[in-house]
Every structure is written in C-alpha cells, then in structure tokens.
Ligand binder design. Structure first.
Ligand SMILES: Cc1cc2nc3c(=O)[nH]c(=O)nc-3n(C[C@H](O)[C@H](O)[C@H](O)COP(=O)(O)OP(=O)(O)OC[C@H]3O[C@@H](n4cnc5c(N)ncnc54)[C@H](O)[C@@H]3O)c2cc1C
Length: 495
C-alpha cells in the first residue's frame, strides 16, 4: 500500500519506519527543511542547539521501539547517566542537586523532613508499581471504543491508580515540606500539565527520573531522531522537505492522497503527524473533520513556551546539565498558564536551563557553553519583540542574580523562539509547544483518536494522540497506529 505521512516529527519518523517495515511504500512529506519537528536542530557560530526535548527519560520505551527492528539504542547512540540528575534553585533561596543514585537521594529527603527517606521510599514503590502497570496495560493499548477503556481489569485497579485524585493532593498525602513536594511535582510541567489538573497516576514520572535516572544520548537528542530516520531510510522510506501539505484529498469517505504546492501525491493511506488541530481545521473539508472547531476551543491546551538559545563565550559555573529555577509562588505560576481568565506572561516565572555542553563537547566551541533557557507560557498569549525582550531581561536578571555571575557580557549567539514561532514553524494551534494537556478527560480514549471518524483510511500519530506528550509517548503512539493500520489493511504483514 502507498502511505503518505504528513510531518517528520518523532511521531512521523517512527510511524514511517514501522509501516515500511510492515511492507508499505512510505513517503514522508515535511513542511520544514529538516526532520525532527519540535526536536529539530539549530546551529549558529559553532554552537548546536537541540531546539526541543533535552530530557531522555523512560529508556525502556526507546529499547522497546528499537527492538521492533531487532536493534538496541546502543546500535545508534551511547547513553550517559547524568550526575547530578538535575539542580534546583528554589525561589526562597537555596540550591539542591538531585543525585543520580537513590541512596543519596534518600539521604537528601531525610534532611528535608521528618522520615523523609521512608516517605520517598513509599512514594517510589507506588510510582514503580503504577509505572509497570501503565506500561503493561495502558500506554500501548489501542483505545478505539469505550469498551476498550472500560476494561474490567483496569477499572478494578482504579482504586490503586487514583485516577480521580489530582497529583497535588496525592503528593500531599506523602510529603509535608515544600521542597520535597516540588521535587516530585516539577516534572509534570514538561508533560504539559499542572499538579492541580493532572491525575495522580502521573506520579510515575518520579520512577523515571529519580529511580531510573536522567540520561543523555551522546551527541544530543538529535541522535535519537537521526537513528529513527536511518531506520526509516533502511526500510525504503522516502522524504520530501520544504513542502507543506495544503490539503488531504478525500473522496467518498476515503483519503485519495494529499496536495502540496508542487502537486498531488496519491495514497492508499494518509497518516497525519502534523498538529492534529491544524490538520483537521485547515487540511480537511468540514464534512470530513472528526471534531468541530469548538472541540478544539474547549480543549485544555498544553503550554506554549519561551525558549532562548544562547551561545556563551565562557563556561557558566553555577549551572548543571539540567537546572530548574522554581518560582516562590508555585501555584500562581501554574494559574497564569492554565487558568484562561488569568493567562499572562508571568512577572516571576519558573524556568529551566539546559547546558548540553556540560556533558557534550560537540554542543559548543572549546571553553564555551550552549545554554537553552525555557519557560512555559499560556498558549494564545500576545507575542511581540518588545514582550519577548522584557521577558528575556527579567529571566536573565534573575538567572545572573541566582548563580552569582554575569552571563550577558559573553553572549555570542542569541535566538528567541516563542508563541509565534510555534505557530509559524509547526502550525501549532494557539502556539502550543506540547499539544494537549494530560487532564483525566484528555487521557487514553479521551485524547483525539488515532483513526479519523469520518475518513476510513486516515490516521493520526504524535503528541496529541494517546498516550500523549513527550518523545517516548510519540514512539508508543506510532507503535499503536502502525499496528492498527497493518491490522486494518488486507495483506498487511501483521506482527
Ligand atoms: C521546547 C520543548 C521542550 C521539550 N522537552 C522535552 C523533553 O525534554 N523530553 C521529552 O521527551 N519531550 C520533550 N518535549 C516534547 C516533545 O518534543 C514532543 O512531544 C514531541 O517531539 C512531539 O512530536 P510529534 O511528532 O508529535 O510532533 P512534531 O515534532 O511537532 O512533528 C510534527 C511535524 O509536522 C510538520 N508539519 C506541520 N504542518 C505540516 C504540513 N502542513 N505539511 C507537512 N508537515 C507539516 C512539522 O513541521 C513537524 O515536523 C519538548 C517539546 C518542546 C517544544
């Protein structure tokens, strides 16, 4: 079968490789000049920036993906465990390094509150159990009908999954100190949620970062995208770049192909990796959309972001490979992102700084550092050069004060990427960086479907679909959808 994949983010790359392996003739059509989508690469003045993801978590998911091809991650890239896993600067003052081994992390929690080590032990036992359950029963599951979701085994386990309790309440049952709570809660921001709007099930993230560790693929996250591209090429996938798809051509309830400025490409199957909301609203005629416009207006979108790529002509001492700067007013900072009535550029943002050159000599010229500064923002905010500069100054003033050394006096490269860029470069709805939040009603069956409801041979993969946001999740999304397509296709090589 001829398959057209629209978009070459992690979702498109991985689905293309899997479908080609299953015997399909696959062409990927990408709007931009390179693969990777939000995980693209920016190079300037000898500095190399992974534009999006920088945390390599859930290594087991990558292993399972490469095993589909009889390979291991180490066939493509080496992984290094970071120590410290990350550093935190707390708003009220003080810094903590989160160690890479659990023994030291328990000691750290023991110093944070009474019985802290034991509390963390209990918390991580729960996180491990739920992680194993989620991987076994939930993440790789194809939710096509309500019946699939109402699987009795899962429902019976609801009590232990605490689906209806939010992360904040759950964490408060384990920890009392502000710092301990923040350490186990911060990562939910990267999954596009807040501790208040995300089900407690997502405490499994602590199993991935505190127990399994934070890893770095030598040469950056781009090495993972290149590995999957190489797998796809080895299976015969063709790539077309700088070619935005302008229409999915549908006739009689079936997709017949896609149109770009260069012409029409016929297909037996069309798989969309481009932003789901954009594709529905701009690539399909109204009668073929699975969801009406107001469906998208009512979704809880995951945040957009302010990202600043800085090449620095010196080594910046106070920063680890990953450093978090957490605002004192933690609740308010989430409100400004998730409460549409209060949405605004924050005056006291929490933010994150990634310094890949701490670990990776290819990221910056000798004696220099590559800094990526990232703050989450509400989607849909106004975005002008003046607003960006004001925000940049605010963060850099805070950063320099916190680490006690100037940075702006040594800048060789500076590029800001924010709401308007997410819209223009990735066709992101309201400039969201991450798609849809993981609220309970936007989880599993309640995420936009992998298969169109109106067009029988039209499918979707990537961060909008189940299981959701993050590189590992997009790989799983593609494993689910490729399995579904091969199952639905007469003569497909079912595995
Ligand atoms: C700043 C940032 C930091 C992040 N940090 C992490 C992290 O540390 N760890 C982690 O695991 N995840 C992280 N994420 C999330 C992760 O990057 C995403 O969840 C994942 O990369 C999304 O992949 P995707 O394939 O769904 O979408 P995308 O990467 O957006 O791919 C979609 C592709 O479709 C293309 N496209 C759009 N419209 C068209 C069209 N009309 N025609 C053709 N092509 C089109 C786009 O150009 C793009 O290449 C981060 C994301 C961002 C933005």
């Amino acid at each position: 079968m001829k398959v057209i994949v629209i978009g070459s983010g992690f979702g498109g790359l991985s689905a293309a490789a899997l479908l080609a392996r299953d015997g399909h003739e696959v062409t990927v059509i990408e709007k931009n000049e390179q693969i990777g989508g939000r995980a693209g690469v920016y190079r300037e003045g000898g500095f190399t920036f992974d534009m999006g993801p920088s945390w390599y978590i859930m290594p087991d998911v990558f292993e399972r993906f490469f095993a589909e091809f009889g390979k291991k991650p180490s066939d493509f890239y080496e992984l290094r465990r970071l120590d410290p896993s990350y550093r935190i600067y707390f708003g009220g003052g003080g810094t903590l390094d989160i160690p890479s081994d659990l023994r030291r992390t328990y000691a750290l929690f023991a110093a944070l509150e009474v019985n802290g080590a034991q509390k963390l032990r209990n918390y991580l036992v729960s996180a491990r159990e739920k992680y194993d359950l989620a991987v076994r029963e939930l993440l790789y599951h194809d939710y096509r009908t309500l019946f699939d979701f109402l699987d009795k085994r899962i429902l019976m386990q609801e009590a232990s999954l605490h689906l209806f309790e939010n992360l904040e309440t759950f964490v408060s049952r384990y920890f009392e100190s502000d710092r301990a709570k923040k350490i186990v809660e911060y990562s939910i921001g990267f999954l596009g949620g807040s501790p208040q709007n995300t089900p407690s099930l997502y405490h499994v993230l602590s199993h991935t970062d505190l127990t399994r560790g934070v890893w770095y693929p030598d040469g950056g996250i781009r090495r993972v995208a290149y590995a999957i591209r190489d797998l796809a090429l080895s299976q015969g996938v063709k790539f077309l770049f700088n070619e935005p798809v302008t229409k999915i051509d549908v006739d009689g309830g079936r997709a017949r192909g896609v149109t770009t400025a260069r012409g029409c490409y016929p297909a037996d199957i069309v798989l969309v990796n481009a932003d789901y909301a954009f594709s529905e609203m701009h690539l399909l005629d109204e009668e073929y959309r699975s969801y009406p416009q107001d469906y998208w207006e009512k979704r809880i979108l995951a945040p957009s972001a302010f990202v600043c790529y800085l090449g620095i002509r010196k080594k910046v001492r106070g920063l680890a490979h990953h450093t978090l700067f957490l605002d004192m007013d933690w609740e308010k900072s989430f409100d400004l992102i998730f409460d549409p009535k209060r949405a605004a550029w924050p005056d006291h943002p929490s933010y994150y700084v990634n310094v890949p050159s701490r670990t990776d000599t290819t990221a910056a010229p000798e004696g220099c550092d590559t800094l990526i500064v990232l703050a989450l923002l509400a989607p849909g905010l106004p975005d002008t050069p003046a607003i960006r500069e004001r925000f940049y100054t605010l963060i850099m003033d805070h950063l320099e004060r916190s680490i006690g050394e100037p940075v702006r006096d040594s800048i060789a490269v500076k590029r800001i990427f924010s709401l308007n860029d997410f819209k223009e470069r990735y066709n992101a709805f309201k400039g969201t960086a991450l798609g849809l939040s993981h609220t309970l009603w936007q989880t599993a069956l309640f995420r936009p479907s992998h298969q169109s409801r109106k067009v029988s041979n039209l499918y979707y993969t990537g961060q909008y679909t189940h299981p959701g946001i993050g590189v590992p999740m997009t790989l799983i999304s593609s494993q689910i959808v490729a399995r579904g397509i091969t199952h639905d296709t007469p003569g497909g090589r079912t595995r």
